[in-house]
Design a protein around this ligand. Structure first.
Ligand code: MF3
Ligand code: CO
Length: 256
């Protein structure tokens, strides 16, 4: 069931989203060769609590039989797609790309966002992947408006990324967000008939999160039981924003 939010709830989400965007900006500034994923995680945690929020992912279970997620920040490097926990002694190297995914709870409302960034200098292939994935998210957000369906979002993202020769991950999708980290509906990054049935309406709050691979789309789960990585070892990138259609009918990016 989709939970439509009141204007007041959307306003709280916008406050939380602003905090989240600031925290992620600060974490991105700290990314450089020689820094560890745990340090980035601890910085994020400190900044969130300074702003009166709570980490949304730490202790979270995506399904009831999961072990609780160990980190505040997901730190997915290179061929890792999403959900790599921060761990001590995992050090960033020049030329890596790192996906930083983070969620916050503020005034009882949840927001979710992600960016993938370069560690030092990266090669042109990786640069292009980051740019295309970020632009794919922008194309998707442009379709988030009253009267459209979720399929318009997925199709715009898919057409753009596949147009550059990349593949869209099928196993993971965007989602409703607000009262919890994950709510209905599913927001696929590719066209589906199911998404075509879901109209975008006032009060809808979703996380749009294209995950794009240079190679093929199938994934595997690593031994930590959390990290998704590409099966073929190809590089993967992700960008995510929480967006809302407010009660005036305006489409707004919550996490900025
Ligand atoms: N942003 C992530 C997603 O939508 C949420 C990660 S929850 C975690 O999948 F517990 F895996 F961190
Ligand atoms: Co998400």
């Amino acid at each position: 069931m989709i939970i439509f939010k009141t204007q007041e709830e959307i306003d709280f989400m916008a406050q939380g989203g602003k905090i989240l965007a600031h925290v992620l900006d600060m974490v991105v500034l700290a990314v450089k060769p020689g820094v560890g994923t745990q340090e980035l995680n601890d910085l994020a945690e400190k900044l969130i609590s300074e702003k009166g929020g709570y980490p949304a992912f730490k202790g979270y279970k995506i399904s009831p039989d999961d072990t609780p997620y160990p980190s505040t920040l997901c730190t997915s490097i290179n061929d890792e797609v999403v959900h790599a926990p921060a761990v001590p002694d995992r050090i960033l190297k020049e030329g890596d790309i790192i996906g930083l995914d983070i969620g916050v709870e503020y005034q009882g409302m949840f927001t979710d966002m992600a960016r993938t960034v370069a560690v030092g200098e990266i090669n042109d292939k990786a640069k292009k992947l980051l740019q295309v994935t970020q632009d794919a998210l922008a194309k998707g957000i442009k379709q988030f408006k009253e009267g459209n369906t979720l399929a318009d979002i997925g199709k715009a993202i898919q057409d753009y990324a596949e147009g550059h020769g990349y593949s869209m991950i099928r196993e993971l999708v965007g989602h409703g967000v607000g009262k919890a980290v994950h709510e209905d509906p599913r927001v696929p990054n590719y066209f589906t008939e199911e998404a075509k049935k879901i109209k975008i309406k006032k009060g809808m709050t979703i996380a749009i999160e294209p995950m794009v691979n240079i190679g093929d789309w199938p994934l595997k789960v690593l031994a930590d039981d959390w990290t998704y990585a590409t099966k073929d070892g190809s590089l993967s990138a992700q960008f995510e924003h929480t967006v809302a259609l407010d009660h005036d009918g305006n489409s707004i990016i919550i996490t900025k």
